[in-house]
Design a protein around this ligand. Structure first.
Ligand code: FES
Length: 568
């Protein structure tokens, strides 16, 4: 190696003792204590971000996946070194996993930039882990392969197929309505998630996997191969090979994340009837690359992008069906004329080449042709209006069409505790046509933007057979949920947006036709309420304090300002 050649492997990113040769000597000595030979220690290094955790069921297979990645790295001539990072499992965190997505991104970015590695395989899967890892990769800008754990399998129970978590919500709604007994709901509890892997529907985890694939961070089949399928291990092995290939043939995240590739990702998001959460995550990933993913852009694409994939919560199937139906290759072939085909992947192949190389088979029961779509327009719409001056999102593919144009009085819940205390009260003055509003649950709030936007139908209405109502909030809902639910209202209540000022009894209007959500309160009354509004106190210390000082609103991805490229 010449003196000016870039440093590789353990010689890279030296620790500082004031003597670089000693620093490398010391590093090798300590690495040798783990039993590595000098030959191995001189190889290029592939880092492997290990997010296995006993708190994360969705990542249960990661030890086996890492073994397969290492096999690929070793066979290709690299030294695989795995390292732990923060791991986030959706139901395991308080106040919610979203509150910690940026912490995981910060932790991962720091480890990618501080430790010697020539490329990295990021192993994640559950909702927040893939966005966090892609955000970190974008900021660290080293060659990074995304490997997801893959979806769980649906299992049969009393003649129907079940998988987390659309079916969890469906059964729970029936239980609340009195259609399902306490005994049955306990029985079903162990039948909803019966194999390793991420939620088995087109929820956030699956949506983000599809997005990572179209962005080029993984081979196309990597988006959908089930967690327990042998394909998944072969994909992991290939990730190891690819990571070594990238050392001599680098393709960096900054080459993958362009305006055109982000547009491709939005097309995919819309065509799969994907999760509303992916809008926030994709905005954060794009933001790390200096790309402003404004909501109007998504909305324009939504008008000309059909929903083609028939999976829950929009349709009927599960991720394993999508994989067997041809997966991302078959979907992208169908969308071909809507895509920027010159975007490259980690192999440097164009999207056109990737589509052409995909198997021709397609199961039309799951992946529809363009002329027989599930919906001729995309699954998501962006809204604006006096209640959401900076935007809001609604998943129309999972909403009730008769509620698309709706004006009514609203019932307001001021935070999660108020919601929990009153939603099922017999005294709650509510009718099926009312609009339910939850405020105080956005990214700046202590709630941290949880998946509480799918407000439960008040028990007394659920028992009358009410299945859907218009619901609005500044928080998110699970990608596995459904209903006429306006989400991510910005500015949020905690930031002093109009949502902070809404009161029970106010009239609110939703119009999908006009893409508006309006609070019908006279301006002088709004001014009076605004004058009386006081912001929440700052958290005293720690992560909560940093979030409070730095977090952006949902349309900017709810990232931390100082982690964006301009630090603003
Ligand atoms: Fe991890 Fe659904 S809880 S993917």
């Amino acid at each position: 190696m010449t003196a000016n050649a870039p440093k590789r492997g353990l010689a890279n990113k030296s620790s500082n003792y004031g003597d670089r040769e000693f620093a490398l000597y010391l590093r090798r000595s300590f690495a040798a204590s783990m039993g590595y030979s000098r030959t191995m220690l001189e190889k290029p290094v592939v880092g492997i971000a290990d997010t296995a955790s006993d708190y994360n069921n969705c990542h249960r297979t990661i030890p086996e996946l890492i073994e397969a990645v290492k096999r690929g790295v070793l066979a290709a001539g690299g030294l695989p070194l795995s390292f732990p990072t923060v791991s986030l499992c959706e139901p395991s965190l308080n106040p919610c996993s979203m509150h910690y997505r940026n912490l995981m991104a910060l932790d991962t970015e720091a480890m990618l930039t501080a430790q010697p590695m020539d490329s990295v395989v990021l192993v994640g899967g559950c909702d927040k882990t893939v966005p966090a890892q892609l955000m970190a990769a974008a900021s660290a800008d080293i060659p990074a392969v995304m490997l997801v754990t893959g979806p769980m399998l649906a299992q049969r129970f009393e003649g129907e197929r079940l998988a987390a978590c659309t079916d969890c919500r469906r059964y729970w709604a029936r239980y609340r309505a009195g259609d399902v007994s306490a005994e049955k709901i306990h029985q079903v509890e162990e039948k909803l998630a019966t194999s390793a892997g991420t939620c088995g529907v087109m929820g956030t985890a699956s949506t983000m996997a599809c997005i990572a694939a179209v962005l080029g961070f993984m081979p196309l089949p990597g988006a959908s191969a089930p967690a327990v399928h042998a394909d998944r291990l072969r994909i992991a092995e290939e990730a190891g090979f690819l990571a070594v290939h990238l050392i001599e043939n680098p393709v960096k995240p900054s080459q993958l994340l362009t305006r055109n590739s982000i547009e491709n990702a939005m097309r995919v998001l819309l065509s799969i009837g994907g999760s509303t959460n992916a809008v926030v995550h994709l905005a954060a990933i794009a933001g790390r690359a200096g790309i402003d993913m404004e909501l109007g852009w998504l909305d324009r694409l939504s008008e000309e992008t059909p929903v083609l994939v028939d999976l829950k919560p929009t349709g009927d199937g599960y991720m394993e069906d999508f994989h067997a139906a041809g997966g991302m290759g078959a979907l992208l072939r169908e969308l071909r004329d809507l895509l920027h085909l010159d975007c490259i992947d980690l192999y440097g192949k164009t999207l056109a080449e990737r589509i052409d190389a995909s198997p021709a088979f397609v199961d039309r029961g799951i992946i529809r042709a363009r002329n027989t779509p599930i919906s001729p327009v995309g699954g998501l719409v962006a809204l604006r209006g006096s209640l959401a001056p900076d935007g809001a999102i609604l998943k129309r593919s999972a909403a009730t069409e008769s509620l698309f144009e709706h004006e009514a009085r609203c019932i307001v819940f001021d935070g999660l505790e108020d919601l929990a205390n009153r939603i099922d009260s017999d005294d709650l003055d509510v009718t099926p046509t009312d609009i339910l509003i939850l405020k105080g649950a956005g990214p700046l709030s202590p709630a941290g933007m949880p998946e509480a936007g799918h407000l439960p139908i008040p028990k007394k209405l659920a028992r009358q057979g009410v299945k859907d109502m218009v619901r609005m909030s500044d928080c998110r809902m699970s990608g596995t949920a459904y209903g006429t639910v306006v989400l991510h209202i910005a500015p949020e209540a905690a930031a002093g947006g109009p949502l902070a000022l809404v009161q029970s009894g106010d009239r609110v209007r939703l119009s999908l036709k006009e893409r508006r959500v309006d609070l019908l309160v006279p301006e002088d009354e709004m001014a009076r309420r605004r004058a009386a509004w006081t912001p929440l106190p700052k958290p005293k210390r720690g992560w909560d304090r940093l979030v409070h000082e730095q977090v952006t609103q949902a349309p900017q991805g709810a990232d931390l300002r100082f982690l964006r490229p301009d630090g603003e």
